[in-house]
Design a protein. Sequence first.
Length: 225
Amino acid sequence: MKNFSELNGNIITCKKCDRLVSFREKIAKEKRRSYMEWNYWGKPVPGYGDSKARIMVLGLAPAAHGGNRTGRVFTGDKSAEFLFKCLHEAGLSNQPNSDHREDGLEIDGYITAAVKCVPPGDKPTAMEKDNCKPYLEKEFELLNDLKVVLALGKIGFDACLRFVRNVHPVKMKDYPFGHGVRYELPNGLTLFGAFHPSPRNVNTGRLNQKMMVDFLETIKVEVGL
């Protein structure tokens, strides 16, 4: 896989995980009532953004009626609505909304997920995470200018550490996850952790727009934007 086009083609056609294939296709067939007119994507969802990105935003997996519907991660759901309001306010996207693949969105960064298919209950198994690991690793390898990884939630956070562990003997316990944590990794990347912008975290006040925007502004300074 020499470039993003080849990588994304391999991701989209992946059928490694029987459980995830069955689940994503079931959702795409049954749909949500409010999206009955949509032709659901129903396949693995690749990352997107600037191939020269200095910032990677790394989430968990596509949402059932977000990325699994639209074909773009953090697109068309409540988490996307919150995240892009924050990215736009911080000057990292050209618009405050991420609705569908042809909506004109441009980002100063690269956005992807640790697991490329929607998992039941947002809980991928260890095997499913391992099956997706080579795709994320290739994304890291292709982003030659990458400086910072912003992991939204612990699964994305741990996925970044597992990538580093391929070469460097890092111990997961030495990098506890939390909102606002910052770690300089032995491969030269800086890893930031943030609460996932899920409705559960936003609606309970665990995460609010000011918290996220302030954090994004800190990351911009880190990479010189």
